[in-house]
Design a protein around this ligand. Structure first.
Ligand SMILES: Cc1cc2nc3c(=O)[nH]c(=O)nc-3n(C[C@H](O)[C@H](O)[C@H](O)COP(=O)(O)OP(=O)(O)OC[C@H]3O[C@@H](n4cnc5c(N)ncnc54)[C@H](O)[C@@H]3O)c2cc1C
Length: 449
């Protein structure tokens, strides 16, 4: 296994479950990849619990991830806070909540009952969702290869086609698109967006539940998974030589290998092969977008009305935060101090800018928009840490060519959130891709005897 992100560890789990001994090479010291716990900077701010590479949110629709956790003995009910779909702005002006009705009535009632949207906008939003459903969710998820007929429009184009009023776009569709695809609606693929709506709204009601981690991400399941294999931490693989009888990984022979690294690194490690030219080209074509997370420690206790609230963006004032999470409520540590995490998806505006200036804009946004939370608004900020992952996810643009798990070499498979999963770059996409790659190699090995 090359790469101990969520995809690689899921693949390793399948292979071990089918009786194959697995060695995992991981370039970093910690397992979990982009969804991992980060080591605190020496002399940096102290928080009540370890920080992650970025605040993450899972959905009830992440069924394979939840099943994998259970198989590893990690209890999702204890480690994740589950809440019915609820989108509420921190300033109290907007709220949408799915009542306990059977699907799809829960979604219909949530849209029609949204507070802070005009009646016209609520009906327009409902017409849009029902229209997408009637159209089979745009043959959700999978795009044809570029140049082929039937490519996807952008989310912005799709919303315009369905005459979505500006308020519905600003309050609902844009925040959802950024959260789910990490790509602005003007650039984002409508088919992938439709796939996300389908999986939450045209599925059992529990699939639209919000699942918020109650521990750091590596402790959620990656460490438990990695402990079952031989792990080579801090070992970045430099050379891969797949052959008919074995695969050489930095010169060491293995019966098979899974390349579970980001697409640019996969392109560098894959040796040339005439049948793999299109794949290598596709791997090099991925663009990536950043996600920034500002973690804030407050000087006094502070709780949000709900552990995850929406923020209102105002780019001109540096108010770029989209969501704020109550770490104190989620992690349950440190009664004395409030802790918040602010998330900025598609955070291209942060690139090349002074970190302190970026943080100042977000802190100003928090002070303003959390004024009505708690008793007397947000207490003074004691410390903060801004983490920006420049390559958080691939840009989920239309007509991306996403490779499958198989390669020209029967003993080598690919996996990662960027493969052709039908999902945007998400945890569930990564896990599904890993499970598929593991099955592919295990089936091939079983067939060889
Ligand atoms: C800040 C942030 C917030 C996010 N929020 C969400 C969210 O709320 N919900 C959601 O579903 N998704 C979210 N995502 C996306 C999610 O984290 C990713 O989709 C997922 O973690 C990708 O997993 P992966 O295994 O495909 O890739 P990766 O996690 O990138 O794993 C690849 C691994 O390969 C290792 N590696 C690289 N090169 C080598 C080498 N040469 N040799 C050995 N190892 C190597 C890397 O160190 C890494 O551990 C977020 C991502 C970020 C960064």
């Amino acid at each position: 296994m090359i790469g101990a992100g969520w995809a690689g560890l899921a693949a390793a789990h399948v292979l071990a479950g089918r009786g194959y001994a697995v060695t995992v090479y991981e370039a970093a010291r910690e397992v979990g990849g982009r969804a991992r716990t980060v080591v605190a900077r020496p002399g940096g701010p102290a928080f009540s619990a370890p920080l992650d590479n970025g605040q993450h949110l899972l959905l009830g629709a992440y069924t394979e991830t939840l099943a994998l956790m259970r198989e590893l003995g990690q209890d999702p009910d204890a480690l994740l806070l589950r809440a019915p779909l609820r989108l509420a702005s921190a300033d109290g002006r907007f709220a949408l909540r799915a009542p306990r009705l059977p699907s799809p009535l829960h979604g219909v009632a949530a849209l029609l009952g949204a507070r802070g949207l005009s009646a016209g906008a609520r009906w327009a939003a409902l017409r849009f969702v029902l229209g997408l459903r009637a159209q089979g969710w745009l043959a959700a998820g999978r795009d044809p290869m570029p140049g082929q007929a039937g490519g996807s429009p952008t989310v912005a184009r799709l919303l315009a086609t369905w005459n979505q009023p500006r308020e519905a776009v600003a309050r609902l569709w844009r925040p959802l698109c950024l959260a789910a695809l990490n790509t602005p609606p003007e650039q984002a693929c409508a088919r992938l967006f439709a796939a996300v709506l389908r999986d939450s709204l045209d599925a059992p009601r529990s699939h639209s539940d919000l699942l918020l981690p109650r521990c750091d991400l590596s402790s959620l399941w990656p460490r438990a998974a990695a402990a079952r294999h031989q792990l080579r931490r801090g070992q970045a693989v430099r050379e891969l030589v797949p052959g008919d009888e074995r695969v050489l990984v930095d010169g060491e022979p293995y019966a098979a290998a899974v390349l579970a690294v980001p697409p640019g690194i996969a392109a560098r490690l894959l040796p040339p092969h005439p049948a793999m030219q299109a794949v290598r080209q596709a791997l090099r074509a991925f663009r990536h977008l950043p996600i920034a997370t500002l973690t804030v420690r407050l000087a006094a206790p502070f709780r949000l009305a709900f552990p995850m609230l929406m923020l209102t963006e105002d780019a001109a004032r540096g108010h770029l935060g989209q969501w704020v999470f109550d770490r104190r409520a989620l992690l349950g540590h440190d009664e004395g101090h409030g802790e918040l995490a602010v998330v900025v998806s598609a955070a291209s505006d942060f690139e090349g800018r002074d970190r302190a200036a970026c943080a100042a804009g977000l802190l100003d946004q928090l002070r303003e928009q959390l004024a009505g939370q708690g008793a007397g608004g947000m207490p003074p900020v004691q410390d903060w840490e801004l983490l920006v992952d420049k390559r958080a996810t691939f840009a989920a643009v239309p007509d991306l060519a996403r490779p499958g798990n198989a390669t020209a070499w029967p003993r080598l498979a690919l996996c990662g959130d960027w493969t052709d999963t039908g999902y945007p770059g998400t945890l569930e996409g990564a896990v599904r891709s890993g499970l598929e790659a593991g099955r592919l190699l295990a089936d091939a090995a079983d067939a060889r005897g």
